[in-house]
Design a protein. Sequence first.
Lengths: 343, 78
Amino acid sequence: MSLTAVLQVPELEERYRKVKKFFFLRESAYDVTSACQLRCDGCYYFAGERSNVTDDRDPQRWRRFMEGEKQRGINYVNLAGAEPALRPAVLRACHEAIPLGTVFTNGLKRVDPAIRYRIQVSVWGDQTGDPKYRRYANGTEGPYCLPIQLENYAADDRVMFVYTFNSENVDQLDEVIEQVQGAGHKITFNVFSAPEGARSILKLRDTLKATRDKMIDAMERYPRTVVYSYYNAEVHTQEASLRGQFGCPYPRAAAEDRRSFGIGRTFRNYRADLTHEGASCCVPHTDCADCRHYAAGSAIVTSRLDLHTESEARFRGWLDYVDTYLAIWILGYEKSGNLYRTS
Amino acid sequence: MNTQVVWEILWQSLTGGHYDVEALRAQAQDDSDLVTDLGIDSLDLVEFFLRLEEHTNVKLDADDYASLTSVAAIAKRL
């Protein structure tokens, strides 16, 4: 098929016009601080050397830095860390310069409500799993974060909960989703992707299909709570990684493949001292062969419009995927009904 | 391939996006860099390349995209 052919279908043409308005997004990622209350099993931030920095805490320097990013063409910021909520003045400075973005947080400290970024709150399991995976910095068992998150962000429209599936916690979603729904919030899904060289037990082995089935069951039982699509569930639970299915446009992979297009030219991942490596990706030190990251997918799958015009079904899946990613990342963007259904 | 045809396909691809197409038409040259001079986003470029493929019946590999930086380069490639 061709793009022109699939756009002859009115509902597809309409959805394409909806998502096309957001093709302007140009993002980079920023570690706001190396500090965190927790040391979570499988945390990307504390794998490798990224945490071995002296944080720049000066909000005026951050403001100037972000103005420079704007000049470079960046209009969407991914603020992570370790735990960015621990640096409220830096978050304010970023927001004053570039108002579109996301803060990735464990939710134990509320981000100032005046900062109108999307707030993505991580969930690792239910009351049995969460404290097991999320320890305090001194190594003792951590808190069950969800009740604290729900209290901190009660009636806060910025929030998107992100449940990361691992090899052990598939069924723990049940307790979590009841509480998220009860609080009137929304939730989406991530799939644990092992850091390079890690032998974490969280790495999915035989649980990909069970994870997919759980995702779809949750979508169908909680349609107003779950922000996801059948195509998301399919691509994030394949045996092949995202890069294995679609290639990868991030600078880290683009450098290896010797091609640089789109996000491969502009994306940078900055450390908390405002320096960056040449070859970045959205979650550094991830083992590419295991990468099923929801954040990575937002670029990897979205950028392969060319692969998804081969059939109407694939184009439907791509439209749902982009619609889902925009609903996760853009405050105020509402996801429409799914156009593609798993057969 | 004729550069005028390439330009028309490009303007068609940008319709519905956030561009001031008339302003771009006024400043665009055959050797203008599509990204750094005209500010075209990568997904809009992918749509443009797909429409070029349809028009010319020439398949462009995603690996080709990085080298197709101007209308002049594209016309020469096609």
